[in-house]
Structures are given as C-alpha cells and as structure tokens.
Design a protein around this ligand. Structure first.
Ligand code: ACO
Length: 349
C-alpha cells in the first residue's frame, strides 16, 4: 500500500514578543510563578487588525508548499485545525484558500484543539495513502491572544497561551521505510467541561448551570450570547488546571507506547519525540516516565507558550531546521488537549 510523508513543513510566529514581565504589568502574576508552573518565559502575540488565524496559517503554508516543491495550485485539499477561528463560521480553511488562490478544492476545518494537528495528520494520511489526493495541505494556527482574559481573574489560563501557525504538505512516498507509519486517535467526552470555551455557544446551559448564564425567557433564540454572559464576563476560556494535568500525564505516555507497540518498536527506538507544547512540566513528566534523554525530546514552549493546534508543527519544523530531525529518524508526535482528546503519530522521516 502507498504510504504518505511530510513533503514540506513551515511555521510562522508573529513578531511581537510578550514576556512574563509584560504580563505582570496588567495582572497579578510573577515571572517566577509562570516559569515554575509552566516553563514559559515569553510568547508571541499577533498584530490585531492585521493578522488573523487564517493569515498566520497562510504564512506557514507558503513555506511548507515551497519546501514540498509544489505551488499552491497543486494542492488538492486543505485541512485547517484551530480552536480560535477567524469567524464562528465559515471556518478559517476557506479564508486561507482565498488568500492562496486555491479555489475549488475542499477545505475541511477540524476542531480538536491541542490534538488538532495529529487528528489532521491522520485525515490527510488516509486521503493520500488511498491514492485519492497527492498534496494535502494541513495547517494548525491559533490567535489565542484575541480572546483571553488579561485581568487577574483569567491569569491561570492567559499566561499559558501564545499565537502562531505551522503547516505541512502531505504527499505520497514509495520509499520502503519512510513516511507516516501509523496514527492513533482518542477522546473522552467526560472531560469536555474541564477545559472549554463555553460562550458564545448553543448549549443553553444544558450541561452547565442554566441560571448562571441568564438565558432570556423567549421562545426563539436568546441562548447563544446573552447580555448576562457579557456583563459577567463569562466569555473566556475555562480550565481546571490540575484535572487537565493529571489526565495529560497519563494519556501522553499511553498513546506514545501505543504508536511504538503497533509498529514493533520500543521507547529506546525513538530518535525524536515532539510532544504538544502544553506545559513544560507535562513534557518533562512524560520524558522522565519514558526515560528519554534531553536530546530526544523537543521543547520550545519557553519561547512561544502553548500554541495549541500549531504547537506540534512549529516544534517539528524547528527541530528539523536545527538538524535534530534527519532523514531516517523515527519521530513520534503526541498530543493531549481539550475534549479531552489525545493522539499520536509515528513517522520515519
Ligand atoms: N500567576 C500567579 N498566581 C496564579 C496564576 C498566575 N498566572 N494562576 C493561578 N495562580 C494562583 C491561583 O490563584 C492559586 O492561588 P491560591 O492558592 O491563593 O488560591 C495558586 O496560584 C495555585 O493555583 P493552582 O491552579 O492550584 O495552580 P497549579 O499548581 O495547579 O498550576 C497550572 C496551575 C499551571 C495551570 C497547572 O494546573 C497546570 O499546568 N495544569 C495543566 C494545564 C495545562 O497545561 N493546560 C494547557 C492547556 S491544555 C493542553 O494543552 C493540554
């Protein structure tokens, strides 16, 4: 059977660097607290009114397309992963399509948060290895800074996230030992309300406290975004940090081992692990659990924060550009995030 490979990869991060000290000017936090709990020193924020989730995706995609040795016209399908889309609908995929002049091809937007890139990779892999498409453009992009609570109330979430984009072109390969060996996708909806962006939304309090969000008593509409939600500022991401941490440190090693065992490998065979950059403490926990040396785990959350669907392609691209991922290397991608969702992919570079 045909196999698929990453034929080109690129990333884009906005110019604006925001340090922990910058955040200390707007909320009650400290560089020490942030570094100790998350490892983050600084992150990038997109330029409001100029950059968007889609425009950052375009910048990353241009590099990936060029490195794949094709032009935008050769792309057969777009997969766009984000939790911070330009519009509630339509998805950012069509905006990227418009900007890159790729009219007519399919644009699929997926919503799997921190696992979005690996979920997208799995989808792209199916289209390519069945022979349906030759060039699938997969983009992960996030504009977190536009929707965070920058007061002290939101500090447990806001200090963690940053903006950026990563992209790959998935192409067929006929080389015996190269490409995507397997992908593994998982979810557990019991964790849905542990890390979420509830409002605006159509839940109408069904799974939450109906009273809290103050839904007007009217027959039609009136639940998507209410005045009370805005007044109470119930319009920001919600996270139960410790619950997320506990689940993540269990699921990361599980899904990495699943990928290795499926292909008859052991953890000693890994040349590079690219974990979703959730939190440096989570990555270090996973590294120690798997007893991997420092040079086999790529971390860059210190510079960019958690960029959700963009974090794995940014980290993979950086590692490849630095020569830390080379032809023939066994590379494992692993993600965990809101949903809960978690996933892995094993590749021979
Ligand atoms: N600065 C200073 N103090 C803060 C901040 C901040 N930015 N945020 C919270 N605090 C305070 C809290 O108010 C609390 O104060 P209190 O003791 O007076 O009540 C204290 O710090 C401890 O708060 P906790 O929430 O218990 O802190 P914890 O040690 O759990 O660390 C953290 C919080 C870093 C979020 C941790 O739970 C964590 O890493 N969780 C994993 C979540 C994660 O990685 N999310 C990423 C997104 S999901 C993903 O990508 C997988």
């Amino acid at each position: 059977m045909l196999r698929s490979k990453i034929g080109g990869i690129g990333y884009y991060v906005p110019e604006k660097v925001v340090t922990n000290h910058d955040l200390m000017k707007v909320m009650d936090t400290s560089d020490e607290w942030i570094q100790e709990r998350t490892g983050i020193v600084e992150r990038r924020y997109a330029k409001k009114h100029e950059e968007t989730t889609a425009t950052m995706g375009v910048e990353a995609a241009k590099i990936a397309i060029e490195r794949a040795g094709i032009t935008a016209k050769d792309v057969d399908m777009i997969i766009f992963a984000t939790l911070s889309p330009d519009y509630y609908f339509p998805g950012s995929g069509v905006l990227l399509q418009r900007m890159l002049g790729m009219n007519g091809i399919g644009a699929l937007d997926i919503r799997n948060q921190c696992s979005g890139f690996v979920y997208g990779l799995s989808i792209a892999d199916q289209f390519v290895k069945t022979g349906m498409y030759k060039n699938v453009l997969l983009v992960g992009s996030e504009f977190h800074s536009c929707g965070l609570d920058f007061t002290t109330r939101g500090r447990n979430v806001s200090v963690i996230f940053g903006d950026g984009a990563g992209a790959v072109v998935i192409q067929p390969t006929d080389k015996e030992n190269q490409g995507i060996l397997s992908t593994h996708l998982h979810a557990d909806g019991d964790g849905a309300e542990k890390l979420a962006y509830f409002n605006p939304g159509c839940h109408g309090g069904t799974f939450l406290d109906k009273e809290k969000f103050g839904y007007p008593d009217q027959e039609y509409g009136g639940i998507f975004l209410t005045d009370k939600m805005i007044e109470d500022e119930d319009i920001y991401p919600y996270m139960e940090g410790q619950a997320v941490f506990k689940f993540a440190v269990t699921k990361f090693p599980e899904v990495i081992m699943e990928a290795l065992e499926t292909n008859g490998y052991t953890k000693e065979d890994i040349d590079m692990l690219i974990p979703h950059q959730a939190n440096l403490r989570i990555s270090q926990f996973v590294q120690h659990r798997l007893k991997l040396p420092d040079n086999k785990v790529w971390n860059n959350i210190q510079k960019y924060g958690n960029t959700t669907a963009a974090s794995i392609p940014i980290a993979l691209c950086e590692a490849w550009e630095a020569g830390a991922v080379k032809e023939g290397d066994l590379v494992c991608l692993a993600a965990f995030g809101s949903g809960f969702t978690w996933a892995s992919a094993l590749l021979r570079w």
